[in-house]
Write a protein that binds this ligand. Structure first.
Ligand SMILES: [Zn+2]
Ligand SMILES: [Zn+2]
Length: 140
């Protein structure tokens, strides 16, 4: 009883996902591949069991980029949001970006990885202000 059911969606909403299980080995990955694929300082990734992961794609918008033989990065072809990554060496596990989830989750990240590849402006210890919205100096 009581296994979690998490839901998520891509940015445009064309693709929805459901996870009927837990998310394992959540990491903040600072490697150059995750930085480029996300356009951000790091990506937060975790593994789900393939048989507990459902993709709802009624308009057939899911596409993929074959990063290497057998390693596919699946994304929404409308909004370019990453949905999951698959590796034919281990088809029972899929890797997801936690940012696509709309649910609060029980699991927590366990580490920051590939710190030697992080961008030189990526400073986790910087004492910079935190705001609920944009910084007050922003002109709009
Ligand atoms: Zn989309
Ligand atoms: Zn990475």
């Amino acid at each position: 009883m009581g296994f979690p059911m998490y839901t998520g969606a891509c940015l445009c909403g064309a693709i929805k996902v459901e996870i009927a299980g837990s998310i394992e080995s959540i990491i903040h990955c600072h490697c150059s591949l995750c930085r480029k694929n996300s356009g951000t300082a790091y990506a937060t990734n975790g593994f789900v069991n393939a048989d507990e992961f459902s993709v709802l794609d009624p308009h057939k918008k899911l596409n993929y980029y074959a990063f290497k033989e057998g390693k596919h990065r699946h994304f929404c072809s409308v909004c370019a949001c990453p949905i999951f990554s698959s590796n034919s060496d281990n088809p029972s596990k899929l890797r997801i970006r936690l940012g696509i989830l709309d649910s609060d989750i029980e699991e927590r990240p366990i580490s920051h990885n590939f710190m030697s590849s992080k961008a030189n402006w990526d400073d986790l210890n910087a004492a910079i202000p935190r705001y609920d919205g944009f910084e007050p100096s922003r002109k709009r």
